[in-house]
Design a protein around this ligand. Structure first.
Ligand code: DC
Length: 220
């Protein structure tokens, strides 16, 4: 069987780590949908797009192509590898308002559906189980405490050499959670048929095993 697996949750809760590990173990394709919104955001920043100007947003989307490098899964913006740049604070600080724009979501979501139409995919994001693939074979909703999420994101950014502070990281996470879960279009929420995985007190191995156990139940 080639399942479609949807993983949603708050910022920096471990969704991508879980999605990547599950995709590797299953031999599936992994799609980081947050990277797609981050690429749009980076392009808007570079081109100085006024996001309150619908015409400017529509025009910018016409000049934009987002993809992933096969194998490495690095984010590709108009053919340029922007994997590092899309994780920087300038993009993290602006991505939630960009992702709240319906025109942006109407442009991104069909591409996600196209990428996943053959199954054999693990896709992580905010609206995968609710909007992109409401009929996914398995839906996981991941959470972790804000302290755990802040520590993890801070460690990640320091390892990458991005200059930031714990307070800045915590403020960005809280602000993004708020915008992502209160926006009108496709807000972050747990689908009714999603399984909740709280990894605040789980090791990485236990967390991945919990996700894989849910896949095993599908064919049991
Ligand atoms: O997962 P991430 O932190 O890289 O996501 C970046 C932003 O993109 C996040 O603040 C909300 C938005 N996003 C979204 O609206 N829908 C998705 N499916 C994935 C991400």
């Amino acid at each position: 069987m080639s399942y479609t697996i949807a993983i949603d949750g708050y910022s920096a809760c471990g969704k991508s780590t879980l999605a990547k590990a599950m995709a590797r173990q299953l031999g599936y394709r992994f799609i980081d949908t947050g990277a797609m919104y981050r690429m749009v955001t980076l392009y808007f920043l570079r081109e100085n797009i006024d996001i309150d100007n619908a015409g400017a947003v529509a025009g910018a989307l016409e000049g934009l192509r987002v993809d992933f490098v096969p194998g490495s899964n690095h984010a590709l913006l108009n053919g340029e590898d922007v994997e590092m740049e899309i994780r920087e604070p300038a993009v993290s600080g602006f991505v939630s308002p960009v992702a709240a724009i319906s025109a942006v979501r109407r442009w991104v979501v069909p591409q996600q559906r196209e990428m996943g139409k053959t199954g054999g995919i693990v896709m992580d994001g905010r609206d995968i189980g609710t909007v992109v693939f409401p009929d996914a074979d398995l839906k996981l909703f991941v959470t972790a405490s804000i302290d755990v999420r802040t520590d993890r994101r801070l460690a990640e950014m320091m390892a990458k050499g991005v200059a930031t502070t714990r307070a800045e990281v915590a403020a960005n996470l809280a602000q993004r959670d708020h915008i992502d879960s209160t926006r009108a279009d496709s807000p972050l929420r747990q689908a009714e048929d999603a399984i909740l995985l709280d990894n605040s007190n789980l090791s990485l191995g236990e967390f991945i095993a919990a996700g894989m156990a849910e896949v095993e139940k599908l064919s049991a």
